[in-house]
Design a protein around this ligand. Structure first.
Ligand code: HEM
Length: 153
């Protein structure tokens, strides 16, 4: 289980929800530009969804919903389930998560500029890893459920 986020981190993340709502797609579009410099990561994505602009919108939606509900994760249960299922379908593994953190946090800074300082980026870094741990744990359960039952082989 992930370490709970501090009250201060929760307050900072919630206070940045309106800026993310306004600039969410710009941030995630920039995030993918940074992420796709690595061809191995790029290959994990369905380029059709990317070209249509669907994937940045879905990710922006997930990030905004998370910012609003960071102190009420129960509201995100069905969203987490959908993300984890899609991640397992596309073979996303724990080792892929640092690349997204390393693309997302600078992308927030690129788009929001002086509106974000080290404190805000630090809070978002903690929040990212909190959500990532929730997803990684659920994905591990789904991968385990996919394995054949050894006793029947
Ligand atoms: C906290 C981190 C992450 C969040 C919040 C997130 C969020 C999402 C969301 C909302 C979707 C769309 C689900 C749907 O179809 O409704 C998605 C799909 C996907 N995610 Fe993530 N994701 C995260 C981490 C990652 C990582 C680390 C990778 C790999 C580097 C990744 C790769 C993908 C891929 C390949 C898809 C399917 C895209 C498609 O349909 O073309 N995600 N993710």
């Amino acid at each position: 289980m992930s370490k709970p986020l501090s009250a201060e981190t929760i307050a900072i993340v919630k206070s940045t929800a309106p800026a993310l709502q306004q600039h969410g797609v710009a941030i995630t579009t920039r995030m993918y530009e940074r992420l796709f410099v690595d061809p191995a990561i790029k290959g994990l994505f369905d380029q059709a969804a990317q070209v249509s602009g669907e994937q940045p919108k879905r990710l922006a939606g997930a990030i905004i919903a998370f910012a609003k509900n960071v102190d009420n994760l129960g509201a995100l249960t069905s969203a987490v389930e959908r993300m984890a299922t899609r991640h397992v379908e596309t073979s996303i593994k724990p080792e892929h998560y640092p690349a997204v953190a390393n693309a997302l946090l600078p992308a927030i800074k690129d788009v929001l500029g002086d509106a974000v300082d080290e404190r805000v980026l630090g809070a978002w870094g903690e929040a990212y890893w909190f959500l990532a741990d929730v997803l990684i744990n659920r994905e591990a359960q789904l991968y385990a459920a996919e394995l054949p039952d050894l006793e029947t082989i």
